[in-house]
Every structure is written in C-alpha cells, then in structure tokens.
Design a protein around this ligand. Structure first.
Ligand code: ATP
Length: 535
C-alpha cells in the first residue's frame, strides 16, 4: 500500500485533516475528523481499560512478578519551569540542526545523508533528507544538476563511496544542501531545544517563561507523593496518564508520525530496586502483546531491545516496539512505544536537583560556585515500606506510547484491497479497513434493503435500539452493495440488513466485513449477537 493512498482515504472519509487547512495547513499539526476522533478515542479507551480500570490488583497477571495496583492521573500541560530543569529537558532535550542559508530550510543534522561525488576533478558531497534507494536517486539528480549534466551522462560522475551521514563530513564548504543549488550553504550544526516556550501572566520576561510539556511523564513523577498519600496504593504500583505533548520537531513528517502536537499514553511503574529488572521484562512483553491483541499481528511489528551502548546511563534496559510503516524505506522500522527502565533517576532529580553522571554514579550537577545547578524540590520522594520497615527511592519502569502513532499503525495494518460480490453476485474491487472491532469507529451499520414496504421503519427501530449502546450508523440511500462498500472502507465490522424476509419472520442478515459471511438473526437477538461479536 502506498502511503498516499491511505492519506487520501483518511482525508476523503474524515479520519485526518491537515490543521488549519483553509489557511494552507500548519506543518506538523493534524486534526482528527469525525471518524478519526472515534478511532483515537477507541485506542485511548482500550489502553485505559486494559491497563488501568479492568486491571485486577488482587491477582498477578500472567508473567508479572507479583500483583500490583494501577491508578490514573491527569496533570497540567504547563508545569513549574523547575520541573524541566531538574528532569534534564531544559538543557538536554535538543536535536542538532543545520540551517540552509540559501533555501532558508532547517534540517535535523542526524537526518541528512549524502554521497561524495567527483566530476572533472571537482568533489562535492550531495546531501539529501531521503533514505535508502530514494537517497541514491536524489543525490544522483542533484549531482547531475550541479555539474550541468544530462541523465544520459550519469556515467561520467564518479561516486566515491556509499550514502553516509552528514556528520561524517569535515568541510561543510563542499556540501550541496538538500534544497540548495550552490555549495557550502549549510551552517555548522547547532543545538535546538524542542520544547515550545510560553509565558505565564502578562509579563514576557525570563521569570515568567514556561514550557508546554514535551512528555506527560514528568506530571506523574511530581505527583508521586500526592498519589501515594491519597490513594493508599502500595509499591508495586503504576500511575497512568493520557494527554497531549508538544515538541517543536525540526522536520515533522510522515503524516502524523512526527507531529509537533501529539498524544501520549504513559505509565510510570514504581517498584523495589531489587525486582525492577523483572518488572521491566513484564512490561516490555505485556505492551508488545497489547498491540498484537488489537490486530498488529504481522511481521511488520517487532520488539527491539536496545544494545548496552544505546542505554541511558541510569538504565538497565530499554526496548522499542516498532512498526515497519509503509512510508519508511524497506527494512526500516519506526517507534510506536518505548519501554524504559529508568532506575531512580526521575524521583531523585525531583528531590535533589538535576543529576549528571560521574564515573558510574549519578550526582547532583553543580555550578561554578559549587551549588546545585538546578535545585530539586527538596521534598522527600522516598517510599517507606511498613512491612519491611525499609525506606528507599523506588525504581521506575516506563512504558511510553504515542496514541497518534498507534492510530497510524492500526490504519496502515488494516488497509487492504480485495474483491467482494456486489448485489448481483459479481465480484467488485473494494477497499477495506480490517480494524479490530474494539477500534472501529462505527461498530455496525443498519440498512433497509430498499426504501419501501415498511423496511426503513423496521431498520430505524433497530438503529434506535442499538444506538444508546454502540456507535451505529443508519443508511438507506443507494444500492445496498455500494452501502456495504462504503462501510468496508471505514472499517465497520458488521452490517445489518432488513429485507423482504424480515417482514415475514422478523429476521435480518448480519454481514461480516472480513469473511463476507452473511447469516440471519432474529431482530430481538441483534444486541446480544453484537455484544459477543464486538468484544
Ligand atoms: P522518536 O525517536 O521517534 O523521536 P522518541 O524516542 O523521542 O521518538 P519518546 O520520547 O520515547 O519518543 O516518546 C514516547 C512515544 O511518544 C513515542 O514512542 C511515540 O509514540 C510518541 N511520540 C514521540 N514524539 C512524537 C512525535 N513527534 N509525534 C508523534 N508521536 C510522538
């Protein structure tokens, strides 16, 4: 499936629109249309239900080291600026970027690649933002244009090595930027903080400067003591939160994959340091299974354990759940969720101040005068175990998922083109979204076969009966085959049709979107059937 095909479907059927589209759109921002909002709500609700409200804290789930509790939280988007200073985001949540003086475009340093090429003794590094085979093509075209050559003269170019990152290049004067026509227009790399800044109150000065959160996690850490004191939870337990996060990404792209405003679903799971590794393994597997259970079952989904060199200094394990999105070059995967063992880093930073690594220790970072560079809250964020009489800073395991990336992966996986018979039994091409029933925006559509003989009246009655329970849809216009196909295209798992036989014996047909099987059910049993089918 081409990504453009899915993007067109999303726009046409009201899943996703570019934000502020009537003004030309806003790069990195997306609106969810009437169907998209239902899909995303269903993802959030499935996550909240599966992780929080339906969790039984009395029994250990399969694979868990013990039973545990789960509670929820909804913290603010703007928090005390000190939160971001102590968490490290203020100094470290940066990407290296390069600017192009000619095209005025800005690129992420780690996302620019290129190839050395020589022609008549002149050597240049042709740079591109594309990847894989596209990068080869792109650099070739750039080099041809730069040296004023035609396609048929491509053999005259001498390539001096494979595609490599821009960071390998010493002399920026030899670089032909991704959108430039002349050499040496890219600036040296500079740090760029990804947090959006804002001001609290009427004055716009340093003291009122604040940030939109780049992750929801910090709201959980700063409320750790509040939750502990108010809800009688005992370690081990997790706090879950769903909410908007904001990152001023340098190059938002790939549809909603890298947006500047997006939604996260995060859990901070607090446990005793001696069992944190086992909890990390539990959450890693549990979260992977969650995606499989909701239909991401293909070989496009994988769990990738980070190598020891990739790990943060305080972590003994991080794994990414990744999906081979169709917009990525073959063999490349994009992150859906990260599960990180974070040790006691976060609670300690909010207690003592921003931490840095010294040898294999984490210590509070000091300024020139030997005072903490960023003071912590000074609050006691330790945990006291009443039974063992032990006081300690809990370790944290963090499964951090993106609701928008999950929605995109579910859509990519669900998209299929096949054939279904029309009303005359002739095979017709159709587009179908094979979304899991829990995620489908509309759960069932109700149709009268024709608009006469009392069929619409019965269909409307059925619709009215089901509507309070489920998001069902009523449609009586056009040929029934066309109506089926319109529902297939948006992922509606079942269609209920009132026909001539309904008038005689009160039965209707139910049609399954995926198998195309149709069976008859008495009108009175539709709700019970849907109950079974939709879980
Ligand atoms: P990436 O490396 O792709 O930028 P990340 O490692 O910075 O992602 P985390 O900080 O681990 O991401 O955030 C947790 C989750 O939040 C990600 O797995 C992803 O699902 C989601 N997420 C992060 N950044 C974005 C974004 N710009 N747009 C949409 N979702 C995002």
């Amino acid at each position: 499936m081409e990504m453009d095909t899915l993007a067109a479907l999303c726009k046409r059927r009201g899943f996703l629109f570019s934000s502020s589209e009537i003004y030309g759109g806003l790069n990195g921002f997306w609106d969810y249309g009437p169907l998209g909002v239902e899909l995303k709500r269903n993802i959030r609700e499935a996550w909240w239900r599966d992780m929080v409200t339906s969790h039984n804290e009395l029994e250990p789930p399969p694979g868990a080291p013990s039973a545990y509790a789960m509670v929820g939280l909804d913290s603010t988007i703007i928090m005390h600026p000190q939160v971001w200073k102590c968490s490290g985001h203020y100094d470290l949540f940066c990407d290296l970027m390069v600017d192009c003086r000619e095209s005025k475009r800005r690129y992420r340093y780690d996302q620019v690649y290129g190839r050395w090429v020589e022609y008549q003794g002149r050597k240049i590094f042709a740079a591109t933002e594309a990847m894989g085979q596209e990068a080869e093509q792109d650099t070739l075209q750039k080099a041809l244009r730069f040296f004023n050559l035609r396609n048929k003269d491509a053999d005259e170019l001498q390539w001096l090595g494979p595609i490599e990152p821009l960071s390998h290049v010493q002399n920026m004067e030899q670089v032909l930027g991704p959108d430039a026509k002349t050499l040496g227009t890219l600036t040296p790399p500079r740090m760029f903080n990804l947090m959006f800044e804002t001001y609290i109150g009427p004055l716009q000065d340093e003291a009122s400067k604040s940030f939109l959160r780049p992750e929801t996690a910090q709201g959980i850490f700063v409320n750790f003591k509040n939750v502990l004191d108010s809800s009688r939870v005992k370690i081990p337990f997790g706090i879950a939160q769903i909410g908007k996060s904001f990152r001023n990404e340098i190059t938002p792209r790939y549809f909603t994959f890298r947006s500047r405003e997006f939604e996260q679903m995060e859990i901070e799971f607090f446990c005793h340091p001696s069992v944190s590794r086992a909890w990390y393994e539990y959450w890693r597997n549990r979260r992977f299974q969650w995606y499989i259970g909701l239909g991401l079952s293909s070989e496009r989904l994988r769990l990738r354990e980070h190598s020891p060199e990739e790990l943060s200094h305080y972590s003994c394990g991080t794994a990414d759940i990744e999906y081979a999105f169709p917009f990525l070059p073959p063999g490349e995967f994009g992150e859906l969720e990260g599960i990180a063992h974070r040790g006691d880093f976060d609670l300690r930073s909010h207690m003592e101040g921003k931490l840095v690594r010294q040898g294999d220790q984490l210590v509070v970072e000091l300024d020139e005068e030997g005072k903490p560079r960023y003071r912590g809250s000074g609050r006691d964020l330790t945990y006291f175990d009443e039974e063992t009489r032990e006081k300690y800073i809990p370790h944290v395991v963090e499964p951090s998922a993106g609701a928008d990336r999950a929605a995109l992966a579910f859509l990519c996986e669900a998209y299929a083109e096949d054939e279904a018979p029309d009303e005359h039994g002739k095979p017709q091409k159709r587009v179908v979204l094979r979304l899991h029933p829990r995620l489908a925006p509309i759960k069932a559509a109700v149709f009268p076969l024709v608009r006469k003989d009392g069929m619409p009246e019965i269909a409307r009655e059925i619709y009215a009966q089901l509507k309070p329970r489920w998001n069902v849809f009523y449609d009586e216009k056009g040929a029934v085959g066309r109506r089926y196909r319109r529902q297939d295209e948006i992922g509606t798992p079942y269609c209920i049709t009132v026909d001539g036989q309904t008038l005689q014996d009160g039965t209707v047909t139910i049609r399954d979107r995926d198998t195309l099987r149709q069976w008859r059910v008495h009108q009175k049993e539709i709700a019970a059937q849907l109950e079974d089918l939709l879980c």
